[in-house]
Design a binder for this molecule. Sequence first.
Ligand code: BGC
Length: 741
Amino acid sequence: MVSKRFFVIFTIVFALLLGLPFTSTSQRQPNVEQRIDALLARMTLQEKLGQLQQLDGEANGNFRPEHRDLIRKGLLGSTLNVRGAQRTNELQRIAVEESRLKIPVLFGFDVIHGYRTIFPVPLAEASSWDSAAAEASASIAAAEARAAGVHWTFAPMVDIARDARWGRIVEGAGEDPYLGAAMARARVRGFQGHDYSAVNKVMACAKHWVAYGAAEAGRDYNTTDMSERTLREIYFPPFKATVDEGVGTFMSAFNDLNGVPASANPFTLTKVLRGEWKFDGFVVSDYTAVLELLQHGLATNEADAAQLSLNAGVDMEMVSRLYNQHGAELLRSGKISQATVDEAVRRVLRMKFRLGLFDRPYADDARERSVILSAANVSAAREIAGRSIVLLKNDRETLPLAKNLKSIAVIGPLADNQVDMLGSWTGDGITADVVTLLTGIKSKVSPTTKVSYAKGCEIAGDSTQGFDEAVRVARDADVVVVAVGESAGMSGEASSRSSLDLPGRQLELVKALQATGKPVVVVLMNGRPLTINWMAENSHAILETWFAGTQAGNAISDVLFGDVNPGGKLPVTFPRNVGQEPLYYNHLNTGRPPDANNKYTSKYLDVPWTPLYPFGFGLSYTQFRLSNLQLSAPRIRADGRITVSVDIENVGPRAGDEVVQLYIRDVAASVTRPVRELKGFQRLTLRPAEKRRLEFMLGPEQLGFYDREMRWVVEPGEFKVMVGNSSADPNELVASFEVQK
Ligand code: BGC
């Protein structure tokens, strides 16, 4: 005790001498809650409701003249989309110098995968299975955004998505709660750091709470209806991970959830989030989601909508103004309480303090100029994009390509396309910064290599006019690289599709190129799994590059020519046809699991039940071998832990990355369990012939589940452990152990 106190005093004195900050912001301001009390005591009801209001400053970063006025009167707590040091400072000055209580404005913006330097879309980053990469990209995005006056990003989106029709699958980490939680944690860490009052950090927002990704039929904004167990085991974990990481805010979703829309759902917003998880930040509604309670048929009028959301636990209202318009009357009639209003305001102010806005409200435009799109940021974007690329097929070692080929044909509507590479949610990214695939290839090959280009066709549309030229260009080349896929606008919000096929005439273009007999490398650029059976069967090589961001062309070329050996793995299942959706690896077994020799089992008449590419799948230019799987004990107690160890060896010709994946199956339990569940993974780089022993730990957090009474339990019985390079690795290693009574 004495020595601990001595150590603390010593550290403080030492830090003071050095002039170092020695505590986090919240610790530096032990009296934050008292300062909030003091503010609350002085605030009028309208000023309080103003703190609960967020308005859209319009997409081009301007703000509406009305906002100036509202801020001057203390009636607007936050904006979205206003950005840039100069613009934000202009508004902030009004808040801090002209409003009665001088409460700073909170500037929010969708910094989803980069601010100006755009990184690969989040689904791509999840394909890296590399949380350090996701953290690094979020950290750079935060530094750029904060320099531009943005305090708060509406990210990460941590919605689990099991249905590729849903366009917003591109914004998340795919279908798995374990991988999703790892990515969620990394991204919050990257955005916020340990102290988001820092000049290079922003406050994060876990969205969309909750189950938005389960929209029926993959149609955006649609209803979701699911068991509490599925919510808790599949959809909650990435959100819980963000709370564990100290996320500042949550966003309530648009969807109906089991009959109570997520933006008015006391179970999720209060019982789970505040009660069970002790979240002390605030919840913002999604865009006009409070008003939409009328359309849902939950609210009878606007005042009712405000009351339902606020009482359920939505603190700040985005864009619609019902709290403001009806707060006073609701308070008078007793439909909301003063305590509820004060608590919501307290949460918002707490985050403004935690962001350091009362001490440093302004952005610094010199910093903005030096940080944004810096050479270091751009090179990180290239590296992270390279780590996100997944090699789906590589027959006869078509890839990597030699840099001194005589000639390469670069073809396709996405081959020289700056617009779509950025994907959905482009932050402040601009297309002029984007390196296209054609440019990337040209700067990679030797000066003697002839690179010719033809567009072939558009992404969508019916014209085949460009086919002849494309075929001519292909015939003249040693190898054809064809870039096909979706436009950026085909995934993202309000961009669900009922077909997962390549749009337009692109598949015909690929077929025409294939008919030339030249080796064809397909470079896919897309925001969701696509049904690519023909290419999977006939093309020589396929690279899944998603939308790889500002440095797309350079990163893809690094992989095409072998400077980077691809090590990404799919974070989501690729179906053979859209009718298989939702298709995901961690499903239950059914009483009649598929059996090719028995019609009366769970499958389709017209398509195999298996995916085209399974979750976790991805190839490399080298090969790896797993061996020597061992468990530290044959049996453990329910509260015990077991270590799983395995050797991984690079048995191929080049250095490369493998993602070793550990799955478990609880063979029989009081509640049926998935056929497999990911419970560990490690991405590592090995030189040729290098061998390493990896360890994974399994304990109650990995082995448990929610029982019939929704209690987390580890039940006795047999557990299988499977270690492989995907969720369907034919050479995976298997062992079992027992949990004892
Ligand atoms: C989206 C959110 C986004 C918000 C603000 C909504 O339409 O659903 O994800 O953060 O707009 O732009």
